[in-house]
Design a binder for this molecule. Structure first.
Ligand code: NAD
Length: 454
């Protein structure tokens, strides 16, 4: 029997409509859980609760708010420490007997909307700083991985986060997600997901503080002087490690023509040897895609690649039988004007693009509209620093693949990957706090800035 889960609004509760939806195991297509389909009325209830709880939560000293969430994973631990910092700054006044400083204040009720991939880590990256900063939260997870959200809320509950501080609304984008985006009393939105949804949010949220972490088309440059074994391991892991389903997955390899043949052969050999299977099986190298639509997307782009004139090195087929499996797929002779080289596929489809110099490689890297992660394999320090300087991306790895973010460093992208916010690290609290400027005049007389000089 599949598990049956409720919404969490001031405690566990059924949805107003009583409607439900199912979540499937992508490896077997079996139903694993039945969930409540939240609607606008549920969002309204959650906002009322979050507003009522805001005063008591935001007045709880920040170090205490930190310890309430400390039982969850890395980012909770890291952000719990932020509760002891939440630094403002002080600066001299231009007038005598006057003191100036900034303090951080919570935003109020914030909406968190998360994608299906990294269904624990990404929400944690948002929930931890949101809570430590003193906000109350309405969270809508993806309908493809809602059970992880239910489990995470249970952990928060167990860790002592008071009722009303976090509400969980499961359900599809319409109406639960759209209602959160448009709700006038929700003053901040933190979103991770696709570029198109991010664009819709910016056009429909109204005036709110918005954080967007969107798609990517991440590239790995391989120079002729690189350690080829290292590059090979990194490319295979970056491209197929999570079946290509991470925002930082490597989906392009920009290789120097001198190593083209060598890398093509080695990559084909390694990719075809990968074992597909359930993520719960320890022998599996490549798990399933998340759903049928994702398999169809990889299949569609394989066809597009062939029609565009790229050469299929390996893969390109879905597996027969149950589960949403697609073979690790590599195209070579890809040029930067092809759709497979520019658009996010979010599946195990890798494009090899050959270039003749570092400048050309950097130009190819920057020719896409996204700018999340990037990598260069080289033993030439000058080439490495040039890449760091010139690549348009939020993250550049040297001699390591495009994946592997650490929670104490900022994470985010440039160009169409986001709107400039950063998650994790010390910058992670910016998205969830407002800065208030405070002037304290202890002169006992009227002092006019810019006018009085004595
Ligand atoms: P998605 O945009 O389809 O959905 C993300 C969330 O938004 C889901 O909860 C969905 O229900 C909700 N949603 C969709 N339309 C909405 C709307 N109009 N209003 C409100 N909510 C709405 O993305 P996805 O398929 O779940 O995730 C994959 C995408 O996420 C990829 O593009 C990937 O690159 C990106 N991603 C980015 C990062 C990053 O940090 N940059 C991390 C992980 C995933």
């Amino acid at each position: 029997m599949p598990e049956y889960c409720k919404l969490y609004i001031n405690g566990w509760t059924d949805s107003t409509s009583g409607e439900t939806f199912k979540s499937l195991n992508p490896a077997t297509e079996e139903v694993i859980v039945i969930l409540q389909k939240g609607n606008a009325e549920d969002v309204n209830k959650a906002v009322d609760v979050a507003e009522k709880t805001f005063d008591s939560w935001s007045e709880t000293p920040a170090p205490k708010r930190g310890s309430d969430v400390q039982e969850a994973i890395d980012i909770f631990e890291y952000m719990a420490g932020e509760g002891r910092r939440l630094f403002g700054h002080t600066t001299p006044s231009e007038l005598k007997n006057k003191f100036c400083m900034t303090v951080r204040r919570p935003i109020g009720v914030v909406g968190i909307i998360t994608p299906w991939n990294f269904p624990i880590a990404i929400p944690a990256w948002k929930l931890a700083p949101a809570l430590v900063c003193g906000n109350t939260v309405i969270w809508k997870p993806s309908s493809d991985t809602p059970l992880c959200a239910v489990e995470l809320v249970k952990i928060l509950e167990k860790a002592g986060v008071p009722k009303g501080v976090v509400s969980l609304i499961t359900g599809p984008a319409e109406p639960a997600g759209t209602e959160i985006v448009k709700h006038k009393k929700i003053l901040g939105i933190s979103f991770t997901g696709s570029r198109d949804t991010g664009l819709w949010i910016t056009q429909n949220a109204g005036i709110k503080k918005i954080g967007l972490e969107l798609g990517g088309k991440n590239g790995v440059i391989v120079m002729p002087d690189a350690d080829m074994k290292l590059a090979l391991d990194g490319i295979i892991w970056g491209a197929f490690g999570t079946t290509g389903q991470r925002c930082t997955a490597a989906s392009r390899v920009i290789l120097h023509e001198e190593v083209k043949k060598q890398l093509e052969d080695a990559l084909r050999k390694r990719a075809t040897a990968l074992r597909l299977g359930s993520g719960l099986d320890a022998n599996t190298d490549v798990g399933p895609l998340i759903n049928k639509a994702a398999v169809e997307k990889s299949e569609r782009y394989t066809k597009i690649g062939q029609e565009e004139g790229a050469k299929l090195l390996c893969g390109g087929e879905r597996l027969k039988g149950k589960g949403f499996f697609f073979e690790p797929t590599i195209f070579t002779d890809v040029s930067m004007d092809m759709r497979i080289a520019k658009e996010e596929i979010f599946g195990p489809v890798l494009s090899l693009i050959s270039v003749s110099s570092l400048d050309e490689a950097i130009e190819a890297m920057n020719s896409v509209e996204y700018g999340l992660s990037s990598s260069i394999y080289t033993n030439d320090i000058k080439a490495a620093f040039k890449a760091i300087e010139k690549i348009q991306a939020g993250i550049t790895y040297v001699n390591s693949s495009t994946t592997g973010a650490e929670t104490h460093l900022p994470f985010g992208g440039v160009k169409q990957t986001g709107n400039g916010t950063r998650e994790a690290g010390i910058l992670g609290i910016d998205e969830f706090s407002e800065v208030k400027t405070v002037y304290i005049d202890y002169s006992g007389k009227l002092q006019r800035a810019q006018i009085d000089t004595e």
